[in-house]
Design a protein around this ligand. Structure first.
Ligand SMILES: [Zn+2]
Length: 172
């Protein structure tokens, strides 16, 4: 089932999310629905608060090459446990901030720990686009958006555009 994605500004996108205490079937269904919503958008990552659920859950799949098999990852309670000193700049976007893109600098490699959909603890080192995406999604769980890394003027400009977009969507 496709879920509606919240558009910035929304107070739910600014909240720190709660850790998931136990994996339930409801949470697994939510994760599957988030993946469906992400692929449909299309996007490479989605965090639970973006669909109005304030729990620490993200989904991602950064496989972009045509013909390469997809690699959907579901992460409950994801945590960056180490990050490289080396940084990388990517032009980031966000499904909650449609059609806006800006360069963000982040550690080039991160090691992430999480619980998978079976509740099994997992750990993996990510680089390239995966590293950027997983950090962007974990930020969402702490109420942080990629525009929070930009200069205030640029951030305000994007926020005003989004307010206008939301007014137009409400009228439609
Ligand atoms: Zn985002």
């Amino acid at each position: 089932m496709k879920l509606p994605i919240l558009i910035h500004p929304d107070p739910r996108l600014k909240k720190r999310c709660e850790a998931v205490p136990d994996l339930t079937d409801d949470l697994r269904t939510l994760a599957d629905n988030m993946l469906e919503t992400m692929y449909d958008a299309p996007g490479i990552g989605l965090a639970a608060p973006q669909v109005g659920v304030l729990q620490r859950l993200i989904v991602l799949d950064c496989v972009k090459e045509e013909g390469e098999s997809p690699r959907p990852l579901i992460m409950f309670n994801p945590e960056v446990i180490s990050a490289s000193d080396e940084t990388n700049v990517y032009e980031e976007g966000c499904l909650s901030i449609p059609d806006q893109f800006a360069d963000v600098t982040r550690p080039a490699e991160v090691k992430v720990a999480w619980l998978d959909e079976n509740g099994t603890p997992r750990e993996e080192e990510f680089g390239g686009l995966w590293a950027t995406c997983v950090q962007h999604e974990i930020d969402h769980l702490d109420g942080k958006l990629f525009i929070d890394y930009l200069k205030p003027l640029k951030r305000q400009m994007i926020t005003r555009k989004m307010q206008k977009l939301k007014r137009e969507m409400a009228r439609a």
